[in-house]
Design a protein around this ligand. Structure first.
Ligand SMILES: C[S@@+](CC[C@H](N)C(=O)[O-])C[C@H]1O[C@@H](n2cnc3c(N)ncnc32)[C@H](O)[C@@H]1O
Length: 238
C-alpha cells in the first residue's frame, strides 16, 4: 500500500481507523465462549484499539496485532506499552503464522478479499479456532442512492446474504452475525472530524486534499447513517 504521509499523519492520530466499539469485541468473545490462555491475532489492527479491548477481556490470552503501516504500529506500541499481554508488529495479514484460537479483524479483510482472506487465515487457525471480522454490507431490499454513493469506491460490496455466501465458499460455517450501524460509525467519524479540524490551520496543499477527502466521506455517511453498515461475522472452518 502506497499511502501519502499526510494520510498516515491524519489517521495515526485516531483512536481507531474504522467503525467499531469495545462492545463488538465483548460480544464476539462472549458469543464464542473464549477464556483462558489463548493465542489471538488482531489482523489489520491499526493503532490498536481492539488489541486493548481484547487484552482486557481475555487477560490470560496473548494478543498479537499485525498491521502493514509502520506509522499505525508505532502508535499502537505507544498506546499499549503498559499492557503486558499484547505485542504489535508490522506485517502482512495475508501471511500469518499461527496457530491462533481467534483471528479478529475489524474493517480490514476487504484489503485481501473476503474469500481469499478467510482461506489464508484458515491455515493459521488452531483446531477449534474461529474468525471474527467486520465488513461493509449493503442494506436489505432497495438500496438508497446515498448508500450507493457512500460505497462507490467498493464495487464488490454485497448484502448480508452475499457476504455469508462468501464465508461459506471459503469453507467456513457461520456461527453468528451482528449489524454495526450508527453508534460505532459515529464514534469513528466524530473523532476523525475532530482531527480534521485540528490539522486544518496552516495545512499544506497535500494535507488539505487529504482532509477534504475525509470530510467528504463523513458528509456522505451523514446522509444515511442507519443504512450504512458493517456486518460482524463469527465463523469457524467446516
Ligand atoms: C480500516 S483500517 C481498520 C483498522 C483497525 N482494525 C480498526 O478498526 O481501527 C484497515 C487496516 O488494515 C491495514 N491493512 C491493510 N492491508 C493490510 C495487510 N495486507 N496486512 C496488514 N494490514 C493491512 C491498514 O493499514 C489499516 O490499518
Amino acid at each position: 500500500m502506497d499511502l501519502p504521509p499526510e494520510f498516515l499523519e491524519l489517521y495515526a492520530r485516531l483512536d481507531r481507523q474504522g467503525p467499531g466499539v469495545p462492545d463488538d469485541v465483548l460480544w464476539a468473545t462472549g458469543r464464542l465462549g473464549l477464556a483462558g490462555p489463548l493465542r489471538v491475532c488482531d489482523e489489520g489492527c491499526g493503532t490498536g484499539a481492539d488489541c486493548a479491548t481484547l487484552a482486557a477481556c481475555l487477560p490470560e490470552a496473548r494478543i498479537e496485532g499485525v498491521d502493514a503501516m509502520p506509522a499505525f504500529v508505532e502508535a499502537a506500541e505507544t498506546r499499549l506499552e503498559a499492557v503486558p499481554n499484547v505485542s504489535v508488529r508490522t506485517g502482512d495479514m495475508g501471511a500469518l503464522e499461527g496457530p491462533f484460537d481467534l483471528i479478529w479483524s475489524a474493517g480490514a479483510i476487504y484489503f485481501l478479499g473476503v474469500i481469499e482472506g478467510l482461506r489464508a487465515w484458515r491455515e493459521a487457525l488452531a483446531p477449534g479456532g474461529a474468525v471474527a471480522f467486520s465488513q461493509g454490507v449493503l442494506p436489505e431490499g432497495e438500496v438508497p442512492q446515498a448508500v450507493r454513493d457512500f460505497w462507490s469506491a467498493e464495487p464488490d460490496i454485497t448484502d448480508q446474504d452475499g457476504l455469508l455466501a462468501q464465508v461459506e465458499a471459503a469453507g467456513y460455517a457461520v456461527i453468528d452475525t451482528r449489524w454495526l450501524t450508527a453508534t460505532p460509525w459515529a464514534a469513528y467519524y466524530d473523532s476523525l472530524e475532530r482531527e480534521i479540524a485540528a490539522l486544518r490551520p496552516g495545512a499544506s496543499a497535500a494535507m488539505t486534499e487529504v482532509l477534504d477527502g475525509a470530510a467528504r466521506e463523513i458528509a456522505l455517511w451523514r446522509q444515511a447513517p442507519e443504512q450504512i453498515a458493517y456486518l460482524l461475522v463469527l465463523a469457524r472452518p467446516r
